[in-house]
Design a protein around this ligand. Structure first.
Ligand SMILES: [Zn+2]
Length: 143
């Protein structure tokens, strides 16, 4: 059959490259979808739990240290400076630092891990399996 199923290894390699970018600390592009998955779809200030499918409508990206204190918005939007906030909390915090607002995120922001990316729905089953095996291999090599 010429119309074969998608070829998992190629797709997974592309996906793995995407994960490398997404987990590459400061240089990675922050996406709200991955951010919300990283934070368990919960407002990190009041604990409001969003429905994953509706998270983009119920939750916002909050800059822990406000973006206006950085030279650019891009410079502020790094994995270790963004957290998940519901609309009311984001409004309440405004452009203030956590200590000014008295609002601290429940978890310390950091780059998302593989599991969180998986829950963000970015991977197919075949891609997940490939990457799991790949990571196991890397673990073996690290010993
Ligand atoms: Zn909230």
């Amino acid at each position: 059959m010429a119309l074969a199923a998608p070829r998992p290894p190629d797709a997974a390699r592309r996906s793995l490259a995407g994960i490398r970018r997404a987990t590459d600390g400061d240089r990675s592009v922050v996406s709200r979808r991955v951010l919300f998955a990283r934070d368990g779809y919960e407002c990190q200030y009041c604990g409001l739990k969003a429905t994953p499918g509706k998270a983009l409508r119920q939750l916002t990206l909050d800059h822990v240290k406000p973006a206006h204190l950085f030279p650019s918005r891009a410079a502020a939007t790094t994995w270790d400076n963004v957290t998940t906030a519901c609309f009311p909390c984001n409004n309440r915090k405004g452009g203030r630092l956590p200590m000014q607002a008295g609002m601290w995120p429940r978890t310390t922001p950091k780059a998302p891990d593989f599991v969180q990316l998986r829950f963000a729905g970015r991977l197919t089953e075949a891609q997940r399996n490939y990457i799991r095996d790949y990571m196991r291999l890397e673990d073996d090599l690290a010993l």
